[in-house]
Design a binder for this molecule. Structure first.
Ligand code: SF4
Length: 450
């Protein structure tokens, strides 16, 4: 099996909500296009830019802000540095100037064409970005947003990835490494991260701290905010109501669960508002892991050092799910987003609590198993219904999977994480495209979009 070479910071990315495949990915594509045409030689001067969106980028791109995201990228903004107010300001169609090398062209969301939902591109979520002179296409780049903010493009040369120290492609191979080397899970993932990114341990840990701080900041902002979320659904924020109804602490299970729900609502509502979140592993699922991180540190008093280790365990689960199935709602439905986030969160809690690796795997497996088959059907194309509550359910299921894993007998756990990930891949393959972020079925049809 090919070895996983994904970095922790490719999986956990900082950027604006509400959907990593619809905002972060397209923004990266626009940014990449701007860079790639800097020194280009064209037979004529271009007179316009055209952006065509396909797949669920077309079906739900308006609700997700894909048009604003790709324009912001073309204007030279990267997801981790973009100003959210600027992003919002693009919605009114204000004209800006695309500038790259000698090319300077007017650009606004009017340059976006929402094209066919069904298509024959290698990945459903495709963007074509073109430089044109009249109707003549002078240059075209075909980008694919493959989930979690990752992009590829046609003709892309294989990236010069540095080799990981420990080569594994699934959990079975990772377990063998842990047994053979007698190393702990977080040590293996950390060693690989240092090798893949040529970064010191100190810098990797500082970057993890930054992710954790941004996750917690999103929770804090969401807990303090009130009012209605953007879009036509008129959905009211709920996080503040939940948090003000229950005091701190984790001794009382019901109160702890309400607080855990509140944290997940808070980060998800910030995501729905288009504010800065951390993909974990996607923006749509950006409330699950922040909720457990916040609860571990603020309610249960778990140390930052143990939470960092938990993040590395969570990353291992996310890598394996992405490598062997998908983390994109448009590819496998919501099982790949909230399901994988819940699985990663279960691993995080279990490992941060100091349990052994086999319990960590079992917790991750249990959490994912009970999300299998979950479809992606956002009402009105907004990452709000069912997404926000679904993040809360994912966090609670992660906690429950942790509780089960911490008391179960190892011999009696029958299903491996690899087997459940294989089931998710197969289920996703068989799932109708109507349930893959196109808003053509499920809740998106049965719930009136006011
Ligand atoms: S339903 Fe799930 S996969 Fe679909 S947009 Fe919402 S959170 Fe993402």
């Amino acid at each position: 099996m090919t070895a996983i070479t994904t970095s922790v910071f490719e999986l956990f990315k900082i950027g604006p909500g509400p959907s990593s495949s619809h905002t972060i990915g397209p923004m990266k594509a626009g940014f990449n296009f701007n860079e790639s045409v800097k020194d280009i030689q064209l037979k004529k001067d271009p007179t316009s830019i055209e952006v065509r969106l396909y797949g669920s980028l077309s079906a739900t791109g308006k609700g997700h802000g894909t048009d604003r995201a790709v324009i912001a990228g073309l204007l030279g903004n990267s997801p981790d540095a973009v100003d959210c107010d600027f992003l919002d300001s693009l919605a009114d169609g204000t004209e800006h100037q695309f500038k790259s090398g000698k090319i300077s062209l007017p650009l606004s969301i009017k340059n976006i064409i929402f094209a066919e939902v069904k298509n024959d591109f290698p990945y459903s979520n495709t963007l074509l970005i073109r430089l044109k002179n009249g109707e003549e296409i002078l240059f075209e780049q075909e980008y694919y947003s493959i989930g979690g903010g990752f992009i590829k493009w046609k003709g892309q040369k294989p990236a010069l990835t540095r080799a990981p120290i420990y080569k594994y492609g699934n959990m079975e191979e990772l377990k063998k490494i842990l047994t053979d080397t007698e190393k702990r899970l977080h040590e293996v993932i950390l060693e690989n991260e240092k090798a893949i990114t040529e970064t010191s341990e100190e810098d990797v840990l500082a970057k993890i701290d930054n992710l954790l701080d941004i996750m917690k900041k999103a929770v804090d902002k969401g807990l303090a905010a009130t009012g209605v979320l953007p879009g036509t659904l008129g959905l009211h924020r709920k996080a503040k109501t939940l948090i003000t109804s229950t005091p701190k602490g984790y001794e009382d299970p019901s109160k702890f669960l309400i607080r855990l729900n509140a944290y997940a609502f808070a980060a998800s509502e910030e995501n729905a508002a288009g504010h800065i979140v951390v993909t974990a592993p996607t923006s749509g699922s950006a409330g699950v892991i922040p909720a457990v991180v916040y609860a571990l540190e603020e309610d249960a008093g778990v140390s930052r050092n143990m939470v960092r280790r938990g993040m590395l365990a969570a990353a291992a689960v996310g890598f394996i799910a992405k490598h062997n199935a998908s983390i994109a709602g448009a590819e496998v439905g919501c099982q790949g987003e909230i399901g994988v986030a819940s699985s990663m969160a279960a691993a995080l809690i279990t490992y941060a609590a100091g349990f052994k690796f086999w319990r960590t795997e079992n917790a991750a497996e249990t959490a994912l198993e009970h999300h299998l088959g979950m479809t992606c059907d956002p009402v009105g194309g907004y990452v709000q219904i069912p997404c926000i509550e679904r993040n809360a359910m994912g966090a609670v299921k992660a906690y429950n999977a942790f509780l089960i894993a911490t008391v179960e007998n190892r011999k009696f756990h029958k299903v491996t994480l690899d087997e459940t990930i294989a089931a998710m891949a197969q289920t996703g393959k068989d799932m109708s495209s109507k349930y893959k972020e196109t808003s053509e079925a499920g809740l998106a049809v049965s719930v009136p979009n006011c």
